[in-house]
Ligand binder design. Sequence first.
Ligand code: AMP
Ligand code: ZN
Length: 135
Amino acid sequence: MSDCIFCKIVRGELPATKVYEDADTFAFLTIQPTNTGHTLVIPKVHAANVFEATPELWGKVQETVRKVASAVEKGVAADGVNINSNNREHAGQQVDHIHIHIIPRFKNDGLTLFPHHDRREDEGEPVAAKIRAAL
Ligand code: AMP
Ligand code: ZN
């Protein structure tokens, strides 16, 4: 995609602070880190989100995530990492090119990324049934 900023990074038309690259994927530091070392993993070919990804493409991205997550944790001496992907506008996706966030976490860093509640009765089996039916 000619005007996609992550495609431009892949083509070298925009700068990026590269962490890793192979034939199919690219990893670089975000310009707005949640914590120092916050890294994004993207496929080199354009696909907007998980819904557009082929199994092969998604597998390649996830293998790079696995590899880079270890390096991020070691590299910034983190105590763990969160791995997250926002898909579509109302899930917080700002750049419409698949990207997986690897966010280093530190003991007592104070972040609460996903607030949650105890599951209600109506959020159990009836919801699972709807999801199963959509598979
Ligand atoms: P999301 O909100 O999940 O779409 O995340 C978009 C991510 O891309 C955020 O972490 C942004 O800081 C990051 N980002 C946007 N533009 C750039 C850029 N030119 N270089 C590096 N990271 C970027
Ligand atoms: Zn793109």
